[in-house]
Design a binder for this molecule. Structure first.
Ligand SMILES: [Zn+2]
Length: 126
């Protein structure tokens, strides 16, 4: 297995750290927003606010999940395992990492996984 150059890691480390900082500040500002329910005008509006809140919580969950992926990728950089597919052990190509620096899988495995997911969905397997 070819060891990837340190500068190569550095570039993605920076991208990951930037992304993590962005996500963290977004999560922080969302958590600081006042709770809804201060301006109860009508049931209709409350419904909208509830929908908005659940949407927001969903987004927060996504952001948190993404942060975990980023932390995982940063750990792999520290351990020298970054850029290696977790499934087949091959190198993840640079275009995949550029598009998705926290990617755990190479293009081929990702494709297979997506295929698997869609087949699972088709047959209703959970
Ligand atoms: Zn792979």
């Amino acid at each position: 297995m070819r060891k990837l150059a340190k500068e190569y890691f550095g570039k993605f480390k920076k991208m990951l750290e930037d992304q993590a900082a962005k996500l963290k500040s977004r999560l922080k500002s969302e958590e600081e927003e006042p709770e809804f329910g201060d301006d109860v005008d009508s049931f209709e509006e409350e419904g909208d606010e509830a929908a908005e809140l659940s949407n927001k919580l969903g987004l927060q969950q996504n952001s948190k999940a993404e942060l975990e992926e980023i932390d995982h990728a940063l750990e792999k950089i520290e351990e020298g395992k970054y850029g290696i597919c977790e499934k087949c052990g091959k190198e993840i190509s640079e275009d995949v990492l550029k598009a998705n620096p926290e990617s755990r899988l190479c293009k081929e495995c990702k494709k297979n996984q997506n295929l698997y997911e869609s087949v699972k969905g088709f047959f209703g397997i959970r």
